[in-house]
Ligand binder design. Sequence first.
Ligand code: ARG
Length: 559
Amino acid sequence: MDYKKYISERLKIDGATCEEISAALAVPPDPAMGDYALPCFKFAKIMKKSPVIIAEELKNGFTTDEIISEVSAVNGYLNFKINKSSLAGNVIGRILAEGDRYGSSDIGKGKTVCIDYSSVNIAKPFHIGHLSTTVIGGALYKIYKFLGYKTVGINHLGDYGTQFGKLIAAYRRWGDKDEVEKGGIHAINDLYVRFNNEADDKMQEEAREYFRLIESGDREANELFEWFKSLTLEYVKKIYEKLNITFDSYAGERFYTDKMQPVIDELKAKNLLKESEGAQIVDLEEYGMPPCLILRSDGASLYATRDLAAAVYRKNTYDFYKCLYVVAYQQNLHFKQIFKVLELMGKEWAKDLVHVAYGMVSLEDGAMSTRKGKVVWLEDVMAKCVEKAYAVINEKNPALENKEQIASTVGLGAVIFGALYNNKIKDIVFSYDKVLSFDGETSVYVQYTCARANSVLSKSGKACVLPENYSPCAQESEVLKALSAFPGTVIEAAEKYEPSFIARYAVDLAQKYNKFYIDCKILTAEGDTKDFRLALTRATLQTLSNALTLLGIGVPEKM
Ligand code: ARG
């Protein structure tokens, strides 16, 4: 149940919408004051009254019921108390009935959301810099699906450009088929790096020639290109599998080769194209931006040209309600430009394009992703996390069965959670010790709480029965309230494109459950109390597991 919504629908404030009232509702620091509070000073201006009077009037106009049991006006705040026994029955009953669908909804029914994420570059390292786009996009994909939207996950491959000419030139000179076959992306990358270090003018010319050959459809050049592409995809798909990431389309930049001309023609027809030093541009000076380059003076298309074609193609193909681009904030200007150009072309749907920007990830030791050619491969970060998780688990619980498998779920979960926990626009420093801490704000902590709940339930060996008219104590009420907030949190995470809301929610619920677990006995309690506590435990386990699943993180039964 969404209590904020319930309360806001029952408050009449002229000049404020339900959504505004709901957004103003806060949770007081001390639960004794109430479960929700409305700070009335927020409405003093529109109501032209003092907060104290507003609170008093609103209180008098509000009828309590079986859901909101008490309303009070204190110092300009309107405080609400939820009827805890009805809360208990409602929330736990619903969670037990809905199971892994708890938190889902059909608000997205009939709407399609395209999500462009991960979008790797062929034949380039898949490095730590790609972690955020991959896991944030992957989580948004699951969140929107959970809310009933049709989701289209798109890996907009970086498979266009002169670097493939370089790669072929390098391969022709130094490459060995078996070595590349065996070494895969690493071998390809070595060739590329070597080319950049050693190439002289003659080799650069060779590379340009090979690129021209790819462009002109030369069979051999294209076969080599396709081979490099398939080796890259084979490699990244293994990583996606570990991170529980899926895509519906791998249409990359090259896919738009024959789809750019119609866009260029349209730009011309709409008088948007201008010549500047031989190049074709869309002038955006009026909007405070540098021009958007459409064709270089040699006639070559650009990243932006392909993104314009891609946006048009996606609209025509999927008729999206929204199209999200999960791409680092370094590309803020690029997206502002292409969104603007589409708007100038008269595409009313340009307003439905969203750049979901996120900050940088660096490692604790200061090694940035690609500085000085020192690349930190994501694969290595994942492996190291799993290895460290194994060491921690082995120390805590040496007798545990399936330690390797559990370490993998815990270690990979920590990589994902580490990149998701913070508000996405923040730059983050990835620390192995921090993300693997058992008592920090981590996935490990949440997973451990699930294992704890599982252990309680299996020790009880009882089927779950929810007692009627049970009056929960303070710790139990806190867990109940947190449980009831899950569906609203999922919706908010989608609306703000912030999987971190779900990550934070999971930690908060786990903390509240653990406080209850420490303060209240469960297995040695009796009668209704024991039944209620077991049901609360099962509902918590279910909700935590739903939250982690939305983030792509597994839930081990034991730890
Ligand atoms: N491949 C690009 C990069 O690594 C990201 C592509 C993002 N998607 C897009 N439609 N531009 O920077």
